[in-house]
Design a protein around this ligand. Structure first.
Ligand code: FES
Length: 185
């Protein structure tokens, strides 16, 4: 899980005129999402997933909009966003590489993999390449200790990783973007 500092009352929250939660989204949520949950708050997770997917992060303004849509406090939305690794308050790359750093993976050489990706992409954990292609994360146990070391490339879990396999996955991700290369700082 990730803990980020909450902006204090004096922090200026960047806003834009155009809402992140569009009227079309809200209409659809009202129609399709809200009826599925006993309380409005129940719809928070699927809404956060949609916003994360649509904008590659969940800006503070979007949290405020979601809170008002669900009639809950913005702080409650922010607590949820900062609790889950899958949500980001800054835009993430098209390919998010999450290397497991918990004990089984640590024993099986996660550091070698992490160092390799750091060097190849020129980023530290929680950073994104300048070209917006890759974000690197170090994650807690992904529940696949018997096939350590493991990593997530976006939503897909890759097991028994080696540097060669990781390189192939990065090559594939870079190719899928259509431009090739990893992108260095
Ligand atoms: S320690 Fe890495 S999957 Fe459990």
């Amino acid at each position: 899980m990730s803990w980020t500092t909450k902006p204090s009352a004096t922090t200026k929250i960047p806003t834009r005129a155009e809402p992140y939660c569009t009227q079309a989204m809200k209409d659809r949520w009202t129609r399709e999402l809200l009826p599925r949950y006993a309380t409005k708050q129940g719809a928070l997770m699927p809404i956060l997933h949609e916003i994360q997917h649509a904008y590659r992060h969940i800006p503070y303004q979007a949290m405020v909009e979601i809170a008002s849509f669900l009639s809950i406090k913005p702080a409650d939305v922010m607590d949820t966003v900062t609790f889950y690794e899958e949500f980001h308050t800054e835009p993430v790359g098209k390919c998010v590489i999450g290397i497991c750093q918990s004990i089984a993976c640590e024993v099986c050489g996660h550091q070698k993999l992490l160092d390799h990706v750091r060097n190849r992409l020129g980023i530290e954990p929680h950073e994104t390449t300048d070209d917006g292609k890759f974000t690197l994360l170090a994650l807690e146990c992904l529940g696949s200790c018997d096939t350590a070391p493991v990593a997530l490339f976006n939503e897909t879990l890759h097991e028994n990783l080696t540097i060669e396999k990781v390189d192939r996955l990065i090559d594939e991700a870079a190719r899928m973007d259509g431009k090739g290369g990893g992108g260095h700082h």
